[in-house]
Design a binder for this molecule. Structure first.
Ligand SMILES: [Fe+2]
Length: 397
């Protein structure tokens, strides 16, 4: 059967004059768990071109999901965050969110509520992470009752220490509670709000994030490498996020180096700010804002104009507030309500997203009796993401 490709329906909040027409496709006519080699190649191309692809009403066992995820990067086998959940690692902000499927430990059960007799797990207590435990401020319980909520944490799925960021993530919805839509409040003084389906996963395109920057910030982006904190999810666990889930407040609350699990300088991740799409060659702004610690900015190339340029001689920014303020200024425009794709989950939806080309976040909050069960899989990649080429630097610096 031939693969049929249709655009993803976008909600009325999307401004179609700004939102990339290339973002997101639904694929019909094939079963993602039983793709032939030819079909897989086509799906792979579609994913890198469109950032996220959806299969509806599909059956997918954990084994099939692992095999499909692995096909994007055949030599890797380790879950994207590794599987070390002992010692000081238990302090990680990710620790409560992940339950491993015993038969296929690379596939995680995530969601909310209590799930019984599920793929070898007699009883799994799941907790949908929400802004209430991660942001510095929270939506009041009264406003939550009125349906207001927040983005949780904009991110790339990646350990950002020792392991390489996964190329793709597969998210398979098994049970998704239906309920009234909610409204995401940005609470950053802009008045921005975004209506979303209950329990959505929200996506933004990293290519758009770069494309809409003014030229002086494009020049910084193409010259910058980001140094992440050691064990970033443990490091950030004692600090608090801003109200958009787009980076941390700077209050000196991060864990001190000696409070972290043992770490090694050589395992710290220093990654380009822009990641090059292996199929389209486009540059995607891929920064996990809550995990950043330093920015390493190269000087302008000789051919570039210095007039109006930021950091023309390069810089190493180590002041956390300065680092965060600059990255926030670069990322905030792309999470405007008109540029966010909030996926409306139905049971048996499979979304595959290009984890090196988009940012995403969990949204909303559930009550303990609302059961949500998803299977998630991503694998620490066999290589680091490629950054801008010398030509890219020439073009944008
Ligand atoms: Fe994620």
């Amino acid at each position: 059967m031939a693969i049929e490709v249709v655009p993803l329906p976008v909600p009325p909040s999307v401004d179609t004059s700004k939102f990339s027409p290339d973002f997101g496709r639904e694929i019909k006519g094939v079963k993602p768990g039983e793709l032939t080699e030819e079909q897989f190649k086509e799906v792979q191309q579609l994913l890198y071109k469109h950032g996220a692809i959806l299969f509806r009403d599909t059956d997918l066992s954990p084994e099939q999901q692992y095999a499909l995820t692995k096909a994007f990067d055949p030599s890797c086998e380790t879950y994207g965050h590794g599987n070390n959940k002992t010692g000081k690692e238990v302090k990680s902000v990710l620790h409560p969110d992940l339950k491993t499927i015993p038969r296929v430990p690379q596939v995680q059960l995530i969601g909310n509520g209590v799930v019984y007799n599920h793929e070898g797990l007699a009883e799994a207590k799941l907790k949908h992470p929400s802004h209430t435990t991660f942001h510095k401020t929270r939506i009041s319980p009264e406003d939550e009752k009125k349906g207001y909520t927040r983005f949780y944490r904009w991110h790339i799925d990646a350990a950002l220490y020792d392991l390489n960021p996964p190329k793709v993530t597969t998210l398979y919805g098994i049970e998704a509670p239906q309920g009234d839509p909610q409204v995401v409040r940005y609470d950053d003084g802009t008045g921005d709000e975004l209506p979303v389906p209950l329990g959505t996963t929200a996506f933004v395109d990293g290519k758009t994030m770069f494309d809409i920057l003014p030229s002086e910030l494009k020049s910084v982006a193409v010259r910058t490498r980001v140094r992440y904190a050691p064990h970033p999810y443990v490091w950030m666990a004692t600090a608090r996020s801003n109200s958009l889930g787009l980076g941390m407040e700077t209050e000196g609350l991060e864990m001190k180096p000696d409070e972290l699990p043992p770490w090694d300088e050589s395992k710290i991740k220093v990654l380009p700010m822009l990641w090059k799409n292996p199929v389209t060659g486009n540059l995607h702004f891929q920064v996990h804002p809550s995990a950043i610690q330093e920015l390493l900015i190269d000087p302008l190339p000789e051919s570039a104009k210095r007039e109006g340029a930021l950091y023309p001689d390069g810089a190493r920014l180590t002041d956390l507030k300065e680092v965060r303020d600059l990255v926030y200024r670069m990322q905030r425009p792309a999470i405007a309500p008109s540029l966010v794709y909030p996926h409306d989950w139905n049971p048996k939806d499979l979304v595959i997203f290009h984890n090196r080309g988009v940012l995403h976040t969990v949204v909303g909050a559930f009550t303990p009796d609302q059961v949500r069960a998803f299977h998630q899989c991503n694998l620490a990649a066999s290589d680091e993401p490629a950054g801008p080429t010398a030509e890219d630097v020439k073009a944008w610096a």
